[in-house]
Design a protein around this ligand. Structure first.
Ligand SMILES: Cc1ncc(COP(=O)(O)O)c(C=O)c1O
Length: 440
């Protein structure tokens, strides 16, 4: 296979890269040319193991022909149709396929194009639901420190990561944050930590401070992903559910990372045995091959909003030009086929113990201050050296140069391999990590 001509610095100038050190990258680019299975390949032909599924997207491995061919066929047949007042059969088919995996009566599926859009859409659904139920005063949102809910203004206001907020003003008013659950006594825990369920009582305190009858919804990631893999303490999500029920508050799980098998179950909801009222998802729904997200609501939420609308008029004034895009739906349906045929979720659950063994073996390095893991996700936290995040940034570059891609957040290395990985792939990831950590 031929390689593209190398790109020079001046050709890189126009592209303003997201969440990237632009100046540094354009001086020392780390480009990917192609991908297959669990590997990326660079323009100079080096093989890089993908230890973060790209960005938690590529659960079924890269460049699955079933998905590429479905997208190609779709684009040849129906490239686009307006999603407002028009539709196409694949959007309905995919909604039904998604609802086979979501719990209980979460069976009404609204398509969006990203995780950020799914979060803002879920916020609007919550507001609208309370309005049609005669409680328009419910406008407060509760979320949590150290959470990530995307970058649009709704999700940014919910999110609890300072660097994503500090430059962008006040965000939405009426959003309050529970304390995070990263407790020192939970260090080096495999799976759900023992301590911290009582931190859910922060929600009770907000009910007492602001009036539970004024709170619209609580947003949490079942396991906080982007911040660095923080599985919920045992009993924590159950307690949130109880307080929500007692106060008429909707519970929203942001499953953008946790969904589609990452936790060793269909969604975080099933992994932790707690059913939310609304869940958001994106990323692996199309295996990352097409941009897509979805919000899945309990049927009662859909019914309440839809029944309250006029007989022949729009009920929910919200949607995107590319909601349920034909190519994304085709990719999603092909991904649902792969998930079912290859029993991807069971595969993830079966590999999880070996994965946890490999990740927790890194505890022996002096530079490692914590290791947290659940399903096929782990956070390896490094002791900071210099400015916060400087060491994590240097390590992610060194790992790439050695042959491993992963996403870091500050000084936490996030490892989340494709669900099709084998024990040999986990060993390869572990070898790269050990080689770089031993230099620190
Ligand atoms: C929990 C969660 N919510 C929302 C998002 C935002 O998704 P996107 O980048 O597709 O907008 C992410 C992205 O990582 C996420 O992890």
């Amino acid at each position: 296979m031929g390689h593209a001509d190398p790109i020079v610095e001046s050709q890189m100038a126009p592209y303003w890269m997201p969440f990237t050190a632009n100046k540094e990258f354009k001086k020392e680019p780390r480009l990917i040319e192609r991908a297959e299975g669990v590997y990326f390949y660079t323009p100079d032909g080096r093989r890089i193991i993908d230890a973060s599924s790209g960005l938690f997207c590529v659960a079924a491995g890269h460049c699955r022909p079933e998905i590429s061919e479905a997208v190609y066929e779709q684009l040849k047949t129906l490239d686009y149709t307006a999603p407002f007042l028009r539709s196409h059969t694949k959007a309905f088919e995919l909604a039904g396929r998604v609802a086979e995996y979501t719990p209980e009566d979460l069976n009404r599926v609204f398509f969006v194009n990203s995780g950020s859009e799914s979060v803002d859409t879920a916020m609007k659904m919550a507001l609208m639901y309370h309005r049609v139920k005669g409680e328009p005063q419910r406008q407060i949102f509760i979320s949590r420190e150290r959470s990530y809910h995307g970058v649009n203004f709704g999700g940014l206001s919910l999110a609890g990561m300072v660097n994503n907020r500090r430059a962008f003003g006040l965000g939405l008013g009426g959003v309050y944050h529970m304390r995070h659950t990263l407790l020192p006594e939970n260090k080096f825990t495999r799976g759900q930590p023992e301590h911290g369920a009582e931190l859910a009582d922060d929600l009770q305190r907000f009910c007492e401070l602001y009036g539970g009858e004024n709170i619209a919804a609580v947003f949490v990631e079942p396991t906080a992903g982007s911040f660095g893999c923080l599985p919920p303490p045992k009993g924590y999500l159950n307690r949130l559910r109880e307080i929500c029920d007692a106060n008429g508050i909707l519970l929203v799980f942001d499953e953008v990372i946790c969904g589609w098998g990452r936790m060793g179950a269909n969604f975080g909801a099933q992994a932790f045995g707690v059913t939310p009222d609304i869940m958001t998802m994106a990323k692996a729904i199309t295996n990352g091959a097409q941009p897509m997200g979805a919000v899945v609501a309990r049927q009662g939420i859909y019914d309440a909003i839809t029944d309250a609308g006029p007989e022949r008029g729009v009920e929910f004034f919200h949607g995107y030009t590319y909601s349920g895009h034909p190519a994304a739906c085709a990719a999603g349906i092909a991904m649902m086929d792969i998930i079912a045929k290859e029993r991807l979720v069971d595969k993830a659950a079966a590999l999880a113990p070996a994965f946890a063994d490999a990740m927790h073996a890194l505890e022996e390095f002096d530079c490692v201050s914590d290791v947290r893991s659940i399903g096929l996700m782990a956070g390896i936290e490094l002791k900071p050296e210099g400015a916060p995040g400087a060491r994590g940034h240097a390590v992610q570059k060194a790992l790439f140069d050695r042959g491993l891609h992963q996403k870091n957040t500050g000084d936490v290395l996030l490892i989340a391999p494709p669900l099709i990985s084998t024990e040999e792939h986990i060993a390869e990831i572990s070898d790269h990590l050990k080689a770089v950590l031993s230099t620190l």
